[in-house]
Design a protein around this ligand. Structure first.
Ligand code: SF4
Ligand code: SF4
Length: 83
């Protein structure tokens, strides 16, 4: 399965939680220890176990286009050379 990671533009986040609710891997959490410049508790990636698959569901769910998704696609194996 592909590995992924996301970056969340904290300054744009309005803390609506839609991305956290949408993530099938449950790796997005809402900050509870700080607020952003707008006064909202922003979403954060919490993925110490590397569960993010880069599916991009969170990015689609975010109404404020805060999330950029990076996906690591396994290198394709080369076909063996004909002899
Ligand atoms: S890309 Fe998919 S798995 Fe990764 S944080 Fe977003 S919704 Fe979750
Ligand atoms: S969906 Fe977007 S605006 Fe809402 S909490 Fe997630 S990153 Fe923030």
């Amino acid at each position: 399965m592909a590995k992924g990671r996301i970056e969340i533009r904290e300054d744009r986040c309005k803390g609506c939680t839609l991305c956290a609710l949408a993530c099938p891997q449950g790796v997005i959490v809402m900050a509870s220890d700080h607020v952003n410049a707008k006064g909202y508790y922003p979403a954060m990636l919490n993925d110490a176990e590397g569960k993010c698959t880069g599916c991009a569901i969170c990015a689609v769910a975010c109404p404020d286009v805060c999330i950029t998704v990076y996906r690591q696609v396994p290198a394709k194996t080369r076909p063996s050379a004909a002899v």
